[in-house]
Design a protein around this ligand. Structure first.
Ligand SMILES: Cc1ncc(COP(=O)(O)O)c(C=O)c1O
Length: 470
């Protein structure tokens, strides 16, 4: 079935409107000014494995695993025990003037598992603070090395790196910065490696050549001595699960090496099992980053924790500095939090005790089943890797026109799916699937069939409302 239809533009909002006049003290992320303080999102009461239960008593497959984070699944008693046991043993100790056993042990485990010489780890409170830490470390590194001009940070369109000022300044998704200030003097953006939306005349190979040439042109225009870091999600997750062209990351890595630009892999989503490995940079994409940022799946969402893996080379160069007073004045009250670290240790044990293997075995089935949704006229592309996938809806497959669509299409699909038993992560005209890694083949079948029905119902609605002519 092929669509040539057009859909009229609708309104944009990240959150469902509240009931008329309903004012809520709780402010949730990404509110619209016109609805701020009045958004009431559906409450989730409990979770179990790959499922959550909402306030209406509906049992839903947790399609996005919270926010790509509940990797080991909900209500895992081993993780709950690790959390409780550590809280009863030692709740907290200051990372400024003490250390603690879970943090030391987790650092060892991560240092053993991270690729190459990524032997050091700095723990943070989540993904944004991990990215912020990597960027501030790059700035410090270049100050100490007497290269104070080498500070520009290069990111890509379609990226998401966080909500702190500097990390947010690197975001490249449509609308993220429209009404927000950013540190644009420090940041530059390249075209994202989005094969689906590449210029129609370019083959995949020619598109990769273009992306490489664009980076090289930027470097020659800005000057390599002014660019400190390149930051990339191996798969752009919140941008719609954009899997790069095959050699793209290797080629960008090579350019960074050539120009002494630090390559930061933002693995906040891709690490800890989502792609079947603890870290994906080397095992999946064959690249050796200078730093890897991580969060989310490190604790399967049972405790807020993030961190940065840092190359031994960076630390050796810092130690060689002759600025004995130079201090990396950076850290968080909850850096190296003993409870978060204890949960992460147990979580890694669980991942290595079968979950990673399960992901590697089941991922082809997950991708194949979801790909079958491309038979629906509204679906332009289904793409993904491991247990993450993006379903992109288009008004017209020929022009791949996404945003002439009703911009609430993802939300419309989510609404139907919730009625049928599936929680979807709607992203404008896309739906993102990244279920708990413990999902079974039967549950994948249910997920795909509910999604198919949810998209079909949405297509019927759009036609009935005169927004799309199929
Ligand atoms: C790739 C990536 N980096 C950073 C972040 C920010 O993480 P957090 O929300 O934990 O601050 C996210 C969040 O979704 C992310 O997907």
């Amino acid at each position: 079935m092929k669509s040539t239809g057009q859909i009229k533009a609708g309104t944009v909002s990240e959150q469902m409107p509240s009931k008329e006049g309903c004012v809520t003290p709780l402010v949730q992320p990404w509110p619209l000014a016109g609805n701020i303080g009045r958004t009431a999102l559906g409450e989730i009461l409990s979770g179990d494995g790959a499922y959550v239960t909402d306030a209406h008593g509906r049992r839903l497959i947790d399609g996005p695993a919270g926010m790509w984070c509940v990797n080991a699944g909900h209500r895992n008693s081993a993780l709950a025990d690790a959390l409780r046991d550590q809280a009863m043993q030692l709740t907290y100790t200051s990372p400024w003037y003490t250390s603690n056993n879970p943090a030391e042990k987790l650092a060892e485990m991560l240092s053993d598992r991270a690729p190459g010489d990524l032997k050091h780890v700095f723990f943070t409170t989540g993904g944004s603070s991990a990215v912020e830490t990597a960027l501030r470390l790059m700035q410090f590194y270049n100050n100490v090395r007497n290269r104070p001009e080498k500070k520009l940070i290069v990111s890509r369109q379609g990226s998401y790196h966080g909500s702190t000022y500097l990390s947010a300044s690197l975001n490249g998704r449509p609308r993220d910065l429209d009404w927000m200030d950013d540190a644009s003097v420090l940041c530059r953006k390249l075209t994202g490696p989005n094969p689906f939306h590449r210029p129609a005349a370019l083959s995949i190979e020619a598109f990769e050549d273009f992306l490489e040439a664009e980076f090289r042109t930027m470097i020659s225009q800005e000057g390599a001595d002014r660019i400190g870091a390149f930051i990339a999600e191996p798969i752009q997750a919140s941008g719609g699960v954009l899997v790069p062209t095959p050699r793209y990351l290797e080629r960008m890595r090579a350019i960074c090496t050539e120009h002494d630009i630090l390559f930061i892999a933002d693995e906040v989503v891709t690490a800890f099992g989502r792609l079947g490995h603890i870290f994906a940079s080397k095992d999946v994409f064959a690249i050796q980053p200078d730093m890897i940022t991580f969060a989310k799946g490190v604790t399967s969402g049972y405790f807020p924790l993030g961190g940065v893996m840092i190359s031994r080379r960076i630390f050796e160069e810092l130690r060689r500095s002759n600025h004995s007073d130079a201090m990396f004045a950076h850290g968080f009250t909850y850096s190296s939090h003993p409870i978060g670290c204890a949960v992460a240790i147990r979580n890694i044990e669980l991942l290595e005790d079968g979950i990673l293997e399960h992901v590697r075995a089941i991922a082809p089935y997950f991708q194949k089943r979801l790909k079958s949704l491309e038979s629906l006229a509204l679906v332009g592309e289904v793409r993904g890797a491991g247990l993450m996938a993006g379903i992109e809806c288009v008004a017209d497959r020929k022009s791949k026109n996404p945003l002439q669509l009703d911009l609430e299409v993802g939300k419309r699909i989510d609404k139907h799916c919730q009625e049928l038993g599936l929680l979807v992560r709607p992203l404008i005209n896309m739906c993102v699937m990244s279920p708990p890694l413990v999902i079974t083949t039967d549950q994948i079948d249910d997920l795909v069939e509910i999604l198919r029905q949810g998209i079909s119902n949405t297509m019927d609605d759009l036609v009935r409302e005169g927004l799309w002519n199929g």
